[in-house]
Design a protein. Structure first.
Length: 228
């Protein structure tokens, strides 16, 4: 796998040296799918004010009644409101960092995805073959959808400890097969805060969870964009 790098901003050599003292050199990785393979292309640019791209509020119709529910992420707690009434709230012991809305399991319905940090790889439903719960504090991806029988938002799928920190996730049908994939930036847990992600990975839902179908070679990745 070869990654082509484009210098997005060109200045004179002396000016570059001066600017780098005040600006952050950032790398935006473009990914697309061509000829049955994933292609990466890096674009380097100067970004003086790094921005947090995570949205704290969304609007989505979870129960397919034609009226959008509203989500809110505040003080690391995620909530969902219907007609101004709170109908869902996450455990206050969790640290929810991001809300992602979309069809994760490709059943045609809108799901609520949450990236969060919590202690313990499993909850009360630990697999019988696991003797002890891993009590480390790690990142998780929890999915919820609308349960028509119970008329409420219910768990769809909860991950155990993620193998890497997912620093950015895009939910999109990148290979145009009619099904969404998770395209993520992965960073090892022992990397320092703010350090580059190490890999780009693509995950696909397989009825019981997500399976990794592609991962890049090790590199330095700061941002991720789907190339159109």
């Amino acid at each position: 796998m070869k990654i082509k790098t484009i210098i997005g901003v060109l200045f004179g050599g002396g000016l570059i040296a001066a600017l780098l003292l005040f600006f952050n050199l950032r790398t935006s990785t473009l990914i697309n799918y061509e000829n049955n393979d994933y292609i990466l292309q890096n674009r380097i640019f100067l970004n003086p004010f790094p921005q947090n791209e995570i949205k704290e509020n969304y609007s989505a119709d979870f129960n397919n009644d034609g009226i959008n529910e509203k989500t809110e992420l505040k003080n690391n707690i995620a909530s969902v409101f219907s007609n101004g009434k709170k109908i869902f709230e996450t455990d206050p012991t969790w640290k929810v960092e991001e809300i992602i809305i979309g069809d994760f399991n490709n059943d045609g319905n809108t799901d609520l995805g949450l990236y969060l940090w919590k202690k313990g790889s499993y909850g009360t439903s630990r697999p019988f073959w696991v003797k002890e719960n891993d009590e480390s504090y790690r990142q998780h991806l929890f999915l919820y959808d609308w349960d028509e029988r119970r008329n409420k938002i219910m768990p769809l799928w909860h991950s155990s400890n993620l193998p890497y920190i997912n620093t950015k996730t895009i939910l999109e049908d990148i290979d145009n097969d009619g099904k969404n994939e998770l395209i993520v930036l992965e960073k090892p847990y022992d990397y320092l805060s703010g350090q580059y992600a190490k890999n780009v990975a693509v995950w696909r839902w397989n009825e019981w969870g997500f399976e990794n179908i592609w991962r890049s070679e090790d590199g330095k990745f700061d941002d991720l964009v789907i190339s159109k």
